[in-house]
Design a protein around this ligand. Structure first.
Ligand code: AMP
Length: 212
């Protein structure tokens, strides 16, 4: 199965993509994760991406399109994948169409997760991520006794782009550059909407229903 998980920052794409990837046994490909990994390795790509990410801006299309083209060629993507955080602009969506056309494959579903902006703001400022295993927590929901990951003991940190001012910028960028992608798939009748408010399990159930 080939899925695009779409939605604004903080809607829960990463959390749900991890669950669906393990349940459906398809690889989870998140451009944000790939870029953060490049930053922590200190690679040239990471250095370039960081300047944009710290400001809440999008990394240039040619960079992310190149990343996705390479990643989709890897053998673990042959059985299907779940794309999280890509495409985020119309040129990215068009480039993805070309990649699929060339490979003779199709996207099965584009699922758009929908949540009100005020809720997203609260979720993002209280999001914490494990530096070791990448698990995502929310200070408002998860009872964390200290700043360690309950799963692996790794250090929990707040993403630099989850600070208030950067979040505002990310929302503006979403409205201006990413929202048109929703329209792009909606016109092609590929888009299914899913309410992103509720317990994690409940949302997973809704997503699975939308994928049937
Ligand atoms: P995310 O983890 O998906 O919230 O992404 C974090 C940041 O990485 C974004 O705010 C962008 O700066 C960058 N990024 C991730 N995916 C893309 C993409 N498809 N196009 C451009 N920038 C991206």
């Amino acid at each position: 199965m080939r899925i695009i998980l779409f939605g604004p920052p903080g809607v829960g794409k990463g959390t749900q993509a991890k669950i669906l990837s393990s349940e459906l046994k398809i690889v989870h490909i998140a451009t944000g994760d790939i870029l953060r990994e490049a930053i922590s390795r200190g690679s040239e790509l990471g250095k370039k991406a960081k300047t944009y990410m710290d400001r809440g801006e999008l990394v240039p299309d040619d960079v992310v399109i190149g990343i996705i083209q390479d990643r989709l060629k890897e053998s673990d993507a042959k059985n299907g994948f779940i794309l999280d955080g890509f495409p985020r602009t119309l040129p990215q969506a068009e480039a993805l169409d070309k990649v699929f056309e060339k490979a003779g494959i199709k996207i099965d579903r584009v699922v758009s997760m929908e949540v009100d902006k005020n809720v997203l703001m609260k979720r993002l400022t209280s999001r914490r991520v494990c530096r070791n295993c990448g698990s995502i927590y929310n200070l408002l929901v998860d009872k964390l006794e200290d700043s360690k990951c309950p799963k692996c003991g790794g250090e929990l940190y707040q993403r630099d782009d989850d600070k208030q001012e950067t979040i505002e910028r990310r929302f503006e960028v979403y409205q201006k550059q990413t929202k048109p992608v929703r329209e792009f798939y909606s016109k092609k009748k590929m888009l299914v909407e899913v309410d992103g408010i509720g317990e994690i399990d409940e949302i997973t159930k809704r997503l699975k229903k939308a994928l049937k």
